[in-house]
Design a protein around this ligand. Structure first.
Ligand code: NDP
Length: 296
């Protein structure tokens, strides 16, 4: 295993991580950006972004590409590795599946993973009717009836996307919608989107793949696809050897993105905060980088 050294390591190349890397590099601080998949994070799952400053409307993948190009053009190395452990012994030792890394400062920008419904067969039916990403999998359900679970911005964004591909889209909301008014109004104008409130899925109906869902009120919906868009939770199991303070599973930071561990910062969706947006993640990243410059 090679050991790579840098003044600072940023883990996760979503908007928070990429913004941090750009600010660090421009401040003359040596930085490595580590990402286990492709740069972009949750942006890659969003087809249309209309609230990121500077763009009236932009595809999430396109915005991710622009950000990663900006990172690469500055000469910042994006290393593909899956981090499994971080320990501290005078410096941080970051262990991935491929390499070990050493740094004085680490910024955690690993975001969240999709929350599961937790029903029987959820795992087994993944990619056989169940999906957590409409932009990725919507095309498989062309002309079919599908349902989405969730009442937030993600659920309605996905509903609007799917309504252009699918015959009918049910949105299953456990209580009431919490999505922004602009999305709710757009959904109202779509004839093939049906919102069902105060319902939850109690069972998946399947043969080889999903053929329907049973709702808690006894109704059965014949759908070929079920998109689960009920938010996410951070996966910070790689921090098990550091006693990082958390709130509800999210990393606790101060307003300079510092955690309780000296030299360790957290930005974006992995951190406990009020608003989870691309622009707030980017802002967190900038703040963490500037804090490191101040703290060094
Ligand atoms: P949210 O946490 O905002 O919403 C989650 C939704 O899922 C809620 O309706 C919640 O219901 C429901 N839910 C949670 N758990 C369950 C469950 N077990 N069963 C059924 N329903 C459940 O998550 P989102 O992913 O929608 O959004 C995350 C953040 O990203 C938000 O800040 C959002 O504004 C932002 N976002 C912005 C977009 C944009 O601006 N273009 C696009 C997408 C997301 P309840 O309300 O009852 O808890």
């Amino acid at each position: 295993m090679v050991k790579l050294m840098s003044k600072c390591i940023v883990i996760g190349a979503g908007p928070g991580g990429m913004s941090a890397a750009i600010y660090l590099k421009r401040a003359g601080i040596d930085v490595i950006l580590i990402e286990k998949m492709v740069p972009g994070g949750e942006m890659l799952k969003t087809n249309k972004i209309e609230n990121y400053l500077g763009f009236d409307s932009i595809d999430g993948g396109e915005l991710a590409l622009r950000m990663s190009s900006q990172v690469k053009d500055l000469g910042i190395e994006i290393i593909r590795d899956d981090i499994t452990d971080i320990s501290y012994d005078n410096t941080f030792i970051v262990t991935g599946l491929k390499n070990k890394y050493q740094a004085d400062y680490v910024i955690i920008a690993t975001g969240r993973v999709p929350r599961k419904l937790g029903l029987d067969m959820e795992e087994a039916l993944l990619n056989r009717g169940i999906s957590y990403c409409a932009t990725c999998d919507g095309a498989f359900y062309k002309g079919k009836e599908v349902a989405i679970v969730g009442g937030g911005d993600s659920a309605l964004t996905e509903a609007l996307y799917l309504s252009d591909i699918c015959l009918k889209v049910y949105v299953l909301v456990r209580k009431d919608l919490k999505a922004s008014d602009i999305l709710q109004n757009r959904v109202k104008n779509k004839d093939n989107i049906v919102i069902l409130k105060n319902v939850s899925v109690s069972q998946f109906i399947s043969s080889d793949s999903l053929t329907g869902v049973l709702l808690n009120d006894g109704r059965k919906l014949d759908v070929n696809g079920l998109f689960i868009a009920i938010g996410g939770t951070p996966d910070i199991s790689f921090l098990k050897n550091l006693n990082v303070d958390t709130i509800n599973g999210y990393i606790k930071t101060d307003d300079k993105m510092r955690t309780n561990i000296k030299g360790l910062y957290a930005v974006g969706d992995v951190r406990y905060k009020d608003f989870y947006q691309i622009i707030t993640a980017a802002s967190d990243g900038a703040i963490a980088a500037l804090s490191i410059r101040e703290d060094d």
